[in-house]
Design a protein around this ligand. Structure first.
Ligand SMILES: [Zn+2]
Length: 283
């Protein structure tokens, strides 16, 4: 499978000359399975650019199908939905999986952002495409075409965010953004979700110094990401969800510090990449 980054920024879009290299769009990653199926993870503003790229394909003719995995419903993970061109084309079909007590509750949360005070779209029913919303039961696999996906919640400030593991033909990709672990680090269930992953994409919002003054926001430092990667024995750690105030050179420094921390803690065999908009990874 192939993963592509459409938005790697946390919290709020941060476009401008200082963020051009890594990109200023908020969280959105696409995964193409070996069978050609499309899985979209999170709907930050990067989703708009993914949508444009899909218009020359079956999605432009109303014949597209995709699975959407939603980690949680904070703005930087949902604001791209109303600007995702394929949802306005009748015939396209999307199944959206997220974390809530019920599918109807999750649908209500997404409807909330379409309230006329916030958006002219008014309701998900006005989108043209069919969008089916389903609640994920933690630990229970969901099927997206030919692949199995498992979701597990991580603490994220006052809420939780789902981490997802996608497996296909013995290869594994784990998406774990927006994570603020307790003192003990990942739970055993979450560590099992990360275990041995070919690629672990992990929240790397802060330096440890900045995290210490913003603990209640529920984000990881590069140290949290590195320790999770080492504990789970992953092969490749991908840094993601950088603070909106970090320039490209700040992210370079974050990556260098993460590399040094991995090496000092026994993780020198772990490959490290700082996710950048437009880049693609073969998994
Ligand atoms: Zn976020």
């Amino acid at each position: 499978m192939k993963a592509r980054f459409w938005g790697v920024r946390g919290s709020v879009p941060a476009p401008g000359p200082d963020t051009n290299r890594y990109g200023g769009n908020t969280s959105c990653v696409s995964v193409r399975t070996a069978n050609g199926e499309l899985i979209i993870i999170d709907m930050g503003t990067g989703l708009m650019h993914l949508g444009h790229s899909l218009l020359p394909t079956e999605f432009g003719k109303g014949q597209g199908k995709a699975t959407i995995l939603l980690s949680h419903a904070h703005w930087d993970h949902i604001q791209g939905l109303g600007f995702f061109a394929p949802v306005f084309i009748p015939g396209n079909q999307f199944v959206l999986f997220g974390h809530a007590k019920s599918s109807s509750m999750l649908e209500g949360i997404l409807e909330g952002q379409m309230n006329p005070n916030f958006s002219p779209l008014y309701t998900l029913k006005n989108l043209g495409a069919a969008v089916e919303v389903r609640a994920v039961v933690p630990g229970e696999p969901v099927t997206a075409g030919s692949v199995q996906i498992i979701g597990r919640p991580n603490p994220h400030g006052s809420t939780t965010a789902l981490a997802f593991r996608i497996e296909e033909a013995g290869r594994s990709f784990v998406y774990a953004s927006d994570v603020g672990y307790g003192d003990g680090g990942p739970t055993p269930e979450v560590l099992a979700l990360y275990q041995g992953a070919d690629v672990l994409l992990h929240d790397c919002t802060y330096t440890p110094e900045h995290q210490a003054t913003r603990r209640n926001r529920g984000f990881s430092s590069y140290e949290d990401a590195a320790l999770a990667a080492i504990a789970a024995g992953v092969k490749h750690l991908v840094m993601f969800h950088y603070d909106q105030d970090y320039t490209d050179s700040d992210v370079d420094s974050l990556a260098a510090a993460c590399r040094a921390y991995l090496d000092a803690r026994g993780g020198s065999a772990i490959r490290l990449t700082a996710a950048a908009e437009g880049e693609e990874l073969e998994i």
